[in-house]
Design a protein around this ligand. Structure first.
Ligand SMILES: NC(=O)c1ccc[n+]([C@@H]2O[C@H](COP(=O)([O-])OP(=O)(O)OC[C@H]3O[C@@H](n4cnc5c(N)ncnc54)[C@H](OP(=O)(O)O)[C@@H]3O)[C@@H](O)[C@H]2O)c1
Length: 365
């Protein structure tokens, strides 16, 4: 069977992921009873789908330029996938444009392979994104893009088919073709649900209404959403999502790594991220200190607090992880809740931060 939605065995074997401890090996003889990170009734409905309160993002799985991906990482990435699934995570975000150069589509290919080789095949929801490339000018070409993703992953159906970005700002005619493409892939049964990404408040309402008229529910909207990118637009988008029954997927919840506490102006990542971080990190100390204080008090880590903040705001974060240690740590964002007082402190810290993440260039109004 090759479908992106298979059944859960996720509540059977929960690892020690809720802990903030980073060691992931435990003596084979002693397996303490662990509570699940979330209960089945805490799964989130997305149209016909039911997903974990947090997903995993896989942009880095194939991207050499920004994320330093090497094929030698594949075995660890497979362990990350298995660890996530073992802990009840069933939402994986990818895109047909993830993977640089000859590795284009690598993220989808790896996910497909990991699903096939996984013990737990059920209930997994792949949310992939179709790029609004300038040569995708007709609905049929967009449907072809969807078929390409299905082939790369070797699955029968995609969980959520998302339009990666809107062309409304620079090619409004193409935008209409892309919307019709979404309708066509839904009508053909290639995707179980439809979503958008990088849509601003106005354009989000427009596409929602258009799809509704065509009998297609818009289930998800994916935007950059974190303590480093929260602003009027994000709040307005969240409000619209709530009123229209759309789920908000929070991408880059760790600010590409800046909200982990491991980078500073004197300790930057290599490559293009270093340039971005050099501009954004100065002045971020008060927010990182607040994150650190809360983390220490709650016996959590900074990334866990930053991700939990996204969940507390009613979004479904999809943090990226490149190592098993990071994946295990990020799973510890589940199973507990920040208090209102802690949320207020974090909101204040975010508001007072002098610099924010740059908006995605494709984000519309
Ligand atoms: N729709 C869109 O246009 C769009 C845009 C961007 C992202 N996304 C989606 O959102 C997902 C997540 O966003 P993102 O990957 O951009 O950024 P992110 O989740 O904010 O940050 C992920 C990066 O932070 C570092 N990290 C993660 N967990 C960590 C931990 N526990 N401790 C220390 N470092 C840790 C890792 O990089 P290092 O180890 O190298 O620091 C990791 O690759 C993507 O994978 C993708 O699926 C969508």
């Amino acid at each position: 069977m090759a479908s992106s939605t298979l059944t859960p065995s996720c509540f059977g074997s929960f690892a020690a992921a809720a802990s903030n401890k980073t060691s992931y090996s435990s003596p084979a003889a002693f397996k303490p009873l662990k509570l699940p990170l979330f209960w089945p009734w805490q799964k989130v409905k997305m149209g016909p789908l039911s997903v974990s309160p947090m997903g995993f993002g896989t942009w880095a799985w194939g991207n050499q330029l920004l994320w330093g991906y090497q094929e030698s990482m594949d075995s660890e990435l497979q362990h990350i996938f298995n660890l996530a699934v073992d802990n009840g995570i069933n939402l994986f975000d990818t895109a047909d444009s993830y993977g640089t150069g000859r590795l284009n589509g690598q993220s989808e290919k790896l996910l497909g392979k990991f699903i096939r080789q996984s013990q737990v095949k059920n209930d997994i929801v792949i949310a992939t994104k179709f790029a609004a490339y300038p040569w995708r000018l007709t609905p049929a070409q967009f449907v072809k893009a969807c078929q390409g993703s299905l082939e790369r992953m070797q699955i029968e159906k995609i969980g959520i088919g998302q339009l990666h970005w809107s062309t409304a700002n620079y090619a409004p005619l193409q935008e209409m073709a892309l919307w019709d493409g979404l309708v066509a892939m839904y009508d053909k049964g290639l995707v179980q649900a439809v979503g958008v990404s990088n849509y601003g408040p106005k354009q989000l309402v427009r596409i929602h209404d258009y799809l509704k008229d065509r009998g297609v529910p818009l289930c998800t909207a994916q935007v950059q959403f974190s303590l480093l990118s929260i602003g009027d637009d994000q709040l307005e988008i969240k409000k619209i999502c709530d009123s229209l029954g759309i789920r908000l997927i929070a991408y880059s919840p760790l600010g590409l790594g800046m909200l982990t506490g491991k980078y500073s102006p004197s300790k930057l990542p290599s490559g293009p991220r270093g340039l971005l971080f050099r501009q954004t990190l100065p002045g971020l100390e008060p927010l990182l200190t607040t994150l650190g204080d809360i983390a220490e008090k709650r016996r959590k880590t900074i990334p866990q607090v930053a991700i939990n903040w996204c969940i507390s705001k009613g979004t479904i974060p999809i943090p990226g992880a490149k190592t098993l240690k990071q994946a295990q740590e990020n799973l510890g964002a589940l199973g507990w809740n920040l208090t209102q007082e802690e949320l207020n402190l974090l909101d204040d810290g975010a508001r007072e931060s002098p610099r924010k993440m740059i908006q995605n260039i494709f984000q519309t109004r």
